[in-house]
Design a binder for this molecule. Structure first.
Ligand code: ADP
Ligand code: ZN
Ligand code: ZN
Length: 724
């Protein structure tokens, strides 16, 4: 038998798969087997992507794999990984990398494997010895046997419980009193922290929720998949619908994947699934230790855990019998991976659901135009408690000095006076956006990127938000010696201080990636805000995620139209979602709530619709605009970025790709310069295509052709299909 093996290599040029003869000793080898194979003079790890009876390689040149590794990757996932590679213009090795056990790496030996622990179990003779009559026992040995009466323990646990050393444990085993065995022991991550509103048991579903659940369960029972959009306003109880849908899948002997934007930012959602389904849930997230990730993967692979909750990469969870994929907050940008393979978990989920006959449920209060157009919609038009959505007031900032409008100051003052809670969103970290010299006009810029440095006052530094470059905050201008340095604009750090003065003595909690870095830090801030009787939570878009705090009475968005000033076709969609989502955090309790949106242009379409909680109206206009411009979902975009440390070659490379593109129906925009990033000049092409597969193939061959040409050294190419 011949195994077609795709080597896990980072080299783009290597064209697999390669044929290997499978010897009798490796007869279990199948699609998904991981093999260590000789490759030239090296040994390499590879994945079997196909089997064949015969090979075109002459017999004498065929070689055999060295070994097969445990565990195998499910064949479905191998195909999914290869599909992603093709769909996103990546390489088979990188596509397969997404579906391998965590920690596999590229070397011939995985970096992570199951943890084996020495465990001891009491034997009948051991019980006898405890009752006396048997051979004599030392004090610690007796204590060890006593401890084992309740059940087997690991050697480490036993030594803690009884002080019995490894050596005396071995002597107990030699005397036939205990059995020692090396057994696998799973490393389990701790449960997600508890944040936000508690739910006692399972609530009775509202009519709209029941109706939504029926539609999903109907699809599950029909058994032929289906793609649904659960379009429910904020607070309409979408999570409860997901929970019931997952339960329904489990009852039918199927498994489920629940994708959430980012576990650290939405600990509440993951917590609800753990609470409802206990150890049946495996939670995967980026902050897990390598061993924990590996063991959770194994629990899923073996069917010990039947529900996987996790961020975008969980779409590749190795669950047998997949019946349901839920995508919570489907509008969230984190579903798109920003490194090669630049996959979109929503698109992968649709494909996987179709292939495996699973039902896909994408939920949001602010669905993407793509989803609205293509998925079958189920609506949850009202909040579960029957309360209306909070009134939203958009205030114009033209002519206002300072960060806060008078209306906002008054509203915050009311929160202070009544001892309530507010959430304030400003999507900008740091103290000031940029610094300039009042005398000579020098602006502090990043030496590696064409952007200004942001002042972080507490850290005493100015930093680049694109590459991480950091230098001490200046007190003197190095060009003219002036000590007069002006600070422009306000970020969350400065706003925090301003709010503290305004609402004193209420506490102010800041949530952004500076204030909450490290494992568990975000959840800790959310927990403190949740536990406080009153206070203000201020932060970046992190504060607008699906948090459910019932006692927030005021939501504020500052500089709401800042995102509209980016030259990006998704600017409107993003602005709408951000404002509508923040508005959704307010007024979830008996005291009701309100929202104030500050903007330079209060009449911007995205803001008007968000203020009216009118996502249908927004989507209608947005879809019309996209139809006219042939933007997604009416066309596909592919972005090619060429970059180089020197100025010049990146534009020439982009020109060359453009010239090599064998596409006529597609419009090619560019090359257009992008700002210098991490010391690299950049040039971009955007391809607008009607047919995705044709365009991807054309781009792939054009880029590969240009890469192969000489004289392109030092130029990097990145291809992004469906850029965000
Ligand atoms: P969404 O995700 O749609 O914004 P959530 O799922 O966060 O809404 O639900 C809002 C709140 O309503 C949660 O605290 C949830 O426990 C509660 N809830 C959901 N369904 C019901 C129900 N049928 N009866 C009572 N409370 C419910
Ligand atoms: Zn100066
Ligand atoms: Zn930089």
């Amino acid at each position: 038998m011949i195994a077609k093996v795709e080597p896990l290599t980072s080299a783009r040029a290597l064209r697999g798969p390669f044929d290997y003869r499978v010897p009798g000793r490796l007869e279990g080898v199948d699609v998904g087997s991981m093999l260590v194979v000789p490759f030239g003079r090296q040994r390499m790890l590879g994945v079997v992507v196909g089997l064949a009876e015969h090979s075109d390689v002459p017999d004498e040149r065929l070689v055999e794999p060295l070994t097969a590794l445990d565990p195998e990757v499910p064949a479905d996932l191998v195909r999914l990984g290869l599909w992603v590679a093709e769909e996103y213009c990546s390489t088979p090795a990188r596509g397969l990398g997404l579906v391998l056990p965590p920690g596999t790496g590229r070397g011939a030996r995985p970096r992570v494997s199951a943890r084996m622990m020495l465990t001891a179990e009491l034997l009948t003779a051991g019980r006898g010895a405890l009752l006396g009559g048997g051979p004599s026992l030392g004090e610690r040995q007796r204590a060890a046997l006593e401890a084992l009466r309740a059940g087997p323990l690991t050697a480490a646990e036993l030594s803690r419980a009884s002080g019995c050393s490894h050596a005396s444990l071995r002597s107990l085993a030699e005397r036939g009193l205990v059995m020692l065995e090396r057994a696998e022991q799973a490393r389990r991550p701790g449960a997600s922290p508890r944040v936000g509103a508690r739910v006692a048991g399972e609530p009775t579903l509202s009519d709209a929720q029941s109706h939504a659940l029926d539609a999903i369960v109907g699809r599950l029972d029909a058994g032929d998949g289906g793609h649904l959009l659960l379009h429910g306003v904020t607070g309409s109880g979408k999570t409860e619908v997901y929970l019931r849908a997952v339960a329904a899948a489990l009852e039918r002997g199927r498994s489920a994947i629940v994708l959430v934007p980012e576990i650290a930012l939405t600990p509440q959602t993951a917590g609800r699934f753990e609470e409802r389904f206990g150890p049946q849930v495996a939670v995967l997230h980026s902050k897990l230790a390598a061993g924990e990730r590996y063991d959770e993967w194994l629990r899923l692979r073996r069917g010990e855990a039947r529900v996987c909750v996790g961020p975008r990469s969980a779409v590749f969870a190795p669950l047998p019998g997949l019946g349901l994929i839920v995508i919570d907050e489907e509008h969230d940008a984190s579903y798109k991976q920003e490194q090669d393979p630049r996959y979109d978990a929503r698109h992968v989920a649709e494909h996987r659901a179709s292939v495996e006959g699973a039902v896909l449920v994408a939920g949001s209060a602010t669905p993407r135009p793509e989803s609205r157009l293509r998925l079958e919609r189920i609506e949850l038009p009202e909040r579960v408690d029957g309360r209306g959505l909070p009134p939203v007031e958009v205030v114009a900032m033209a002519g206002v000095t300072g960060a806060l409008h008078q209306r906002t100051r008054d509203a915050l003052d009311q929160v202070r006076a009544r001892g309530e809670k507010a959430i304030v969103l400003l999507n900008r970290r740091g103290w000031s956006n940029f610094l300039s010299c009042r005398v000579c006009g020098r602006v502090w810029q990043c030496p590696h990127c064409d952007v200004t440095l942001v002042l972080h006052r507490a850290a005493g530094a100015v930093t680049c938000h694109h590459c991480g470059h950091e230098e001490g905050a200046p007190s003197v201008c190095p060009d003219c010696g002036s000590v007069s340095v002006a600070r422009h604009g306000a970020g969350t750090e400065r706003l925090e201080q301003e709010l503290e003065e305004l609402v004193r003595p209420l506490p102010v909690f800041r949530l952004d990636s500076d204030a909450a870095a490290g494992r568990g830090a975000i959840a800790a801030v959310l927990e403190r805000f949740d536990r406080a009787d009153a206070g203000v939570l201020v932060g970046t878009q992190m504060v607008a995620k699906g948090h459910d705090f019932p006692d927030v009475t005021l939501g504020v968005v500052l500089d709401a139209d800042a995102t509209l000033r980016f030259p990006d076709f998704r600017a409107e969609e993003r602005t709408f979602a951000l404002v509508a989502q923040l508005a959704g955090r307010s007024g979830r309790g008996s005291r009701g709530g309100r929202v104030i949106v500050q903007a330079l242009d209060p009449h911007a379409r995205a803001l008007r619709h968000a203020a009216a909680h009118d996502s249908e109206g927004f989507l209608e206009g947005e879809l019309e605009r996209r139809r006219l411009l042939r933007y997604p979902p009416f066309g596909h975009l592919i972005r090619v970025v060429c970059s180089c440390e020197e100025e010049g070659p990146e534009t020439e490379a982009a020109e060359a790709v453009r010239a090599a593109l064998a596409l006529d129906e597609a419009a090619v925009l560019g090359p257009a310069p992008l700002f210098r990033l991490k010391g690299r000049e950049r040039s971009q092409l955007v391809i607008k295509a009607g047919d995705r597969a044709t365009a991807v193939a054309a781009v792939r061959s054009a880029v590969e052709g240009v890469v192969a040409e000489h004289g392109r050294r030092g130029v990097s190419f990145s291809v992004d299909v469906d850029p965000q």
